[in-house]
Design a binder for this molecule. Sequence first.
Ligand code: PMP
Length: 444
Amino acid sequence: MRQSGAVSLPEPSRRDTRLDTYVDAYAERTHGLTVSAVRALFAVANRPEVVSLAGGMPNIADLPREALGLAVDRLIREQGTQAMQYGSGQGELFMREHIVEVMAEEGIHAHADDVVVSCGSQQALDLVTRVFCDPGDVVLAEGPSYVGALGTFRAYQCQIVHVAMDDHGIDPVALTQAIVTLRAAGKRVKFLYTIPNFQNPTGVTQPVERRRELIAIAKEYDLLILEDNPYGLLTLEAEPLPALRSMDAEHVIYLGSFSKTFAPGFRVGWVVAPPAVREKLVLTQEAATLAPPVFSQYVISSYLEQFDWRGQIDVFRAMYRARRDAMMEGLTENMPADTTWTHPAGGFFVWVTLPEGLDSQAILPRAVSERVAFTPGPAFYADGLGSRNMRLSFCFPTPERILEGTRRLGKVLANELEMHRTFGLHDAPTPHIELQTGPAPNTS
Ligand code: PMP
């Protein structure tokens, strides 16, 4: 609609053949935001006949939905006028007090004032990056790292520098070298982004000793650590390990979430930060959303107060343990020689390294045509590495489907190796797959 006197943008005419009228108008920071071919493939991977080991969706079928429904019903009737009202930019006080209680499970002693509630920890990543990063600033991250975080860092035009990992997470020597080299080159290293527990995508956990080493480096080099911990309570073998934040409140900004321990649809996560940073985060949150979702905070608080949430986490653990075990069994039985994989003690993911010469991105279309999907390694690197890797998730399919998925994958890889021997790497034929358009499934 046009109004006289208003500045009007050109209206696309029927004869306008350009695909995007606004192509010259977008901010520079959107230039890195592109849809990958992999995303299109995942629309196919969502078909029921495909065993998808690609997505990162938690399995929430075991939640007590009947009882939750009654609790939500009561909440609306008894507290609806507050629960459906605008709220605080920092998050509701009762929610922040509950969050403090949840974090104590991982050794964190914080005050409700230190907490800022966010729309999932994904928005917390956005808020922290917005507060700290100018274009060109360096963010250090494990190589490989969580694809959603890489997307956020890219959206703010950060330079992402990966730090090598070993079986215990970030390699401290590589980290020190990266800090020293980058600073000597005049780069502003804003923070180290790390997922210490059951890392996405590798499933690797930092032992306590490694955590201490990282904190020592943070202190020595005055490095800020952004600790992302959505999976910590989903430990499948031992008790949760102490969070980095429990070892140092000054150098660590901590991100938590109810997405994996309760349900992601409420979109409630949080940040814990030193007071000055927290102030900036609250102002940024207000500018972004006015307030994080108030109704969700009421529902989650009711859940924490009225239900056995610790017992529910034990239920989730048993369910994910059976799936992790099926994945380990399936890989042992079906992977070709010279394939290796991680052995996660929690979380959702396994990281597979393929025999030399195989390329996970090239294999994906062939795997999907054999009705199994995975996420190719390069998705988790900012610099194109990872072609010999794939991430397999065991969170969503049943153990039987996971076993079937690994059987199908084993066949695909055996075929692949055979073709590789016969044709050489790049001449292997790629099957034609009908790509569907539509909402992209969650692959995070
Ligand atoms: N961090 C990591 C490591 C994740 O795996 C995810 C979700 N897959 C998130 C953050 C975001 O989760 P949410 O926004 O649902 O809290």
